[in-house]
Design a protein around this ligand. Structure first.
Ligand code: BJW
Length: 245
């Protein structure tokens, strides 16, 4: 533990996660060779323009992913469990800011989770802005459970060109944390890719990247650890809980 953390014994921990943490649970990443963007084009499924042009195509893409997640074949892995343990045992605050739209952090016991790119098991109505849980298929003929109008429901996810969720709160916790961990993200997508620089600018926290390989912003981290999330994350969390950083 460095001088800064000794002065402040129970600082908060912010953990940014990306698709790599869920890879060993059976969910595809986006930019790896076998990733989602190797099979479908971003412009066809992950922009508001794509949804306006061909909503059925976009629904089909998310319906398939939702069905997999809701069927229960996909379960949290040891990396998700380690973050649940960190929150339960660390004497300060722990916040998971995830880019993932799956619910594996919650299922592994994390309670403080912000889904900055939304949640696959929720829908949002474009007419009345209501949100609702959703485990089934969406289509253009499905009516909103709140306003009863059909045709306005969309997956509650953040597409390219849209504002990620909870940004004000995220920047606030980044500025006050003692440790910033980035796990399983390639650092290609903004604003998440800029979090490590933001933390450093704010001045205090130790920063660590845990990933299969160096991310785009790897050189910005104080510490880097490369390997499979199910191996390196539990080991790193064990170290934090016993000896700090
Ligand atoms: C393992 C592993 C194992 C594998 N163990 N690790 C030009 C320059 C800069 C920015 C822009 C630009 N033009 C446009 C922008 C902005 C744009 C952007 O970033 N574009 C870039 C592509 C250039 N961003 C946006 O539009 C965002 N909105 C925005 O910026 O609003 C304005 C704003 C500005 C400032 C403040 C606030 C607001 C919105 C982004 C929306 C992203 N949406 C998606 C899809 C929706 C959800 C879904 O369908 O699931 O979110 S895209 C996709 O990428 C998904 C992910 O959350 C996101 C990040 O991907 P992630 O998680 O990093 O996955 P991968 O696949 O990239 O990486 C996986 C990593 O895991 C790899 O490194 C592997 O090695 C590793 N790995 N197996 C450990 N077993």
């Amino acid at each position: 533990m460095n001088e800064k953390t000794r002065e402040k014994p129970n600082p908060g921990i912010v953990v940014l996660t990306g698709a790599g943490i869920s890879r060993e649970s059976g969910l595809d990443t986006f930019r790896d060779a076998d990733g989602i963007w190797s099979r479908v084009r971003i412009e066809d499924v992950a922009t508001p323009e794509a949804f306006a042009r061909d909503p059925e195509r976009v629904h089909e893409f998310y319906n398939a992913r939702r069905a997999g997640l809701a069927a229960g074949e996909i379960v949290p892995n040891a990396a998700h469990a380690a973050l649940g343990r960190l929150e339960a045992e660390w004497p300060g605050g722990v916040l998971v800011v995830t880019q993932n739209i799956d619910d594996l952090h919650e299922r592994a016991g994390s309670r403080n989770v912000l889904h900055m790119h939304g949640e696959l098991l929720k829908v949002r109505c474009g007419f009345c802005d209501a949100q609702a849980a959703c485990t089934g298929d969406l289509g253009v003929d499905v009516a909103c459970p709140e306003c009863a109008v059909a045709g306005g429901l969309r997956p509650h996810v953040v597409w390219f060109g849209e504002m990620p969720l909870e940004m004000e709160r995220i920047y606030q916790v980044l500025e006050g944390c003692g440790l910033f961990l980035s796990i399983g993200t390639s650092g290609n997508v903004w604003p998440a890719a800029g979090f490590v620089a933001h933390v450093k600018q704010a001045g205090g926290a130790h920063t660590a990247e845990l990933n299969l390989e160096p991310s785009e912003g790897a050189v910005l981290f104080d510490e880097t650890l490369y390997g499979r999330a199910t191996i390196i994350v539990p080991a790193y969390i064990e170290k934090i809980l016993t000896a700090g950083w």
